[in-house]
Ligand binder design. Structure first.
Ligand code: NAD
Length: 486
């Protein structure tokens, strides 16, 4: 079985402990390769190479850095098919998604920041004869820690702005999906990114903890669960690192009685079943106006039956894949059991379709919809991170806003209505960082994304992010004799 190593200083590096972990294809339940765990030797080497890489990279002019990143963007797009296959084998998501979204949106973000980097500048202000100016400087070594649902995209979304701003990065992918980040490291090196500027270290929580506590690492950009985010922030506080947190959600989709019903159903399905429900911004609380609920549920059920094709994710016709692991499927199933026990009605999701032979041991779970849900139910309060939609009803605008906001999460929200004033009025009152009106899930490179409340700190994508990967140096220039009482 193939065993991958850590990527340090532009090449693959052996660990000393010989420890490794195995990676399983979620669609078959079979081990597909092994990965060496980053031990102390590897981690220290990564830090040293990132420090050396930072010196070289930050001294380059931004246009040169930008050209190198654009070369990486071209390579990512050229290798889209091959990289998408890796993402499918690691995550269990459908190839038709991975080939259209994962690599492409990763490349888009690196491209956006490659274009933006030469425009990063400070300012100057006169103070009589004296003056001061500011420089927007990189932070130094940044660490990225990723989740397993969009492994390569997450690596690109962190590396793009970090590198464009002149930083170096040590990236730790999720131990469930470690290969995409190694491929990105190879691509950066091939594109001309100097050794040490992008390193990949492999392992689980212990490796993440090492990064969060490590002196000399200036920033942690983390994507994962709220609970892990709190641990990361606590640990990062020991050396007062800067942190950006992209965390979980329990987002609301509000469908008013005048909404375009077909589009609203599309949004509810996209926001619950895309990537078999493993998307942070999922609208897992679907509030449907009482007067259209029957029609909504009928259309939803018809479209689930007619259009969802669960099966081998490598089959280009499949649009619904396998959950990441057996443990995760058990967790999602336990939420389904609890929802039933608490009185919700399961509308669909009871039956598994026939699966191809090689997928019999895969971690599949059919799209599931619950109606008669109430705000107090566990399913409605906690992040499930699986294909389980909770449908709730409402009668009044003020009521639904208050209920949508009654959560410690604040990642995303959506509103469907044809009344444009109501659309904006409602969305302005929702406590969420990523909002859609008559749309759901789109995340272009230009648009900042991130959470309110416990769903996050800081933003990824958009010009906003440059502030998170740079710091301002103020330089005062005295033009005359120094005024001093001494
Ligand atoms: P997770 O929190 O379990 O793990 C995330 C990463 O943190 C992994 O690489 C893991 O190895 C590492 N880690 C675990 N313990 C750590 C510790 N103590 N210190 C440092 N690192 C540690 O999350 P997951 O299960 O991989 O991903 C699913 C979660 O990610 C969901 O909650 C989802 O909503 C969230 N997510 C959020 C976004 C976003 O942009 N807001 C995007 C994708 C996923």
């Amino acid at each position: 079985m193939q065993r991958y190593k850590n990527f340090v200083n532009g090449t693959y590096l052996d660990n000393h402990t010989k420890e490794y972990f195995a990676v399983v294809n979620p669609a078959t339940g079979k081990q597909i390769y092994e990965v060496e765990i980053a031990d102390k030797t590897v981690l220290n080497a990564a830090r040293e190479s990132a420090a050396a890489g930072f010196k070289v990279w930050s001294a380059m002019d931004a246009v040169t850095r930008s050209r190198i990143l654009m070369a990486a963007v071209s390579l990512l797009r050229k290798k889209n098919h091959e990289l998408a296959q890796i993402e499918v084998m690691d995550t269990g998501k459908p190839f038709q998604e991975a080939v259209a979204v994962d690599v492409v949106t990763g490349a888009d973000v690196i491209e956006f920041f490659a274009w933006a980097a030469p425009g990063i500048s400070g300012s100057q202000q006169d103070l009589g004869q004296d003056f001061y100016y500011t420089r927007r400087e990189p932070l130094g070594i940044c660490a990225g820690i990723g989740a397993w649902n969009y492994p390569l995209q997450i690596a690109c979304w962190k590396a793009g702005p970090a590198l464009a701003c002149g930083n170096s990065m040590i990236f730790k992918p999720s131990e469930e999906t470690p290969l995409g980040a190694l491929k990105l490291a190879e691509i950066f090196t091939q594109a001309g990114v100097p050794d040490g500027v992008f390193n990949v270290v492999q392992g689980a929580a212990a490796v993440g903890q090492w990064l969060t506590a490590c002196p000399g690492i200036e920033k942690i950009s983390f994507t994962g669960e709220v609970g892990t985010g709190k641990k990361v922030m606590t640990s990062a506080a020991s050396t007062l690192k800067d942190v950006t947190m992209e965390l979980g959600g329990k987002s609301a989709l509000i469908i008013f009685e005048d909404a375009d019903l077909d589009n609203a159903v599309s949004a509810a399905m996209l926001g619950n079943f895309y990537t078999q429900g493993e998307v942070c911004t999922n609208c897992t609380r679907v509030f449907v106006h009482t007067s259209i609920q029957e029609q909504f549920l009928k259309t939803l059920l018809d479209r689930i039956r007619a259009n969802i094709k669960m099966g081998d994710p490598m089959d280009p016709d499949t649009n619904f894949g396998a959950l990441i692991s057996s443990e995760h499927r058990e967790k999602v199933l336990s939420y389904i059991q609890t929802a039933k026990a608490e009185g919700a009605t399961q509308l669909c999701g009871h039956t598994m379709p026939d699966l191809p032979n090689q997928n019999q041991e895969g971690f599949f779970l059919p799209p599931t919809v619950f109606t008669h849900c109430t705000d107090e139910m566990t399913l409605v309060k906690e992040e499930v991170f699986g294909p389980v939609m909770a449908v709730l009803d409402f009668d009044r605008e003020a009521e639904v806003i208050q209920r949508a906001n009654a959560t410690h999460f604040g990642l995303a929200a959506g509103v469907f209505t044809t009344d444009i004033q109501r659309a904006h009025r409602v969305i302005h009152q929702l406590e969420a960082g990523i909002c859609w009106i008559n749309a759901y899930g789109n995340s272009p490179a230009q648009m900042p994304v991130g959470g309110y409340k416990q769903s996050g700190i800081g933003r990824e994508n958009g010009r906003e992010t440059i502030r998170h990967y740079t710091q301002v140096k103020s330089i005062y220039m005295g033009m005359g004799p120094l005024d001093s009482p001494f």
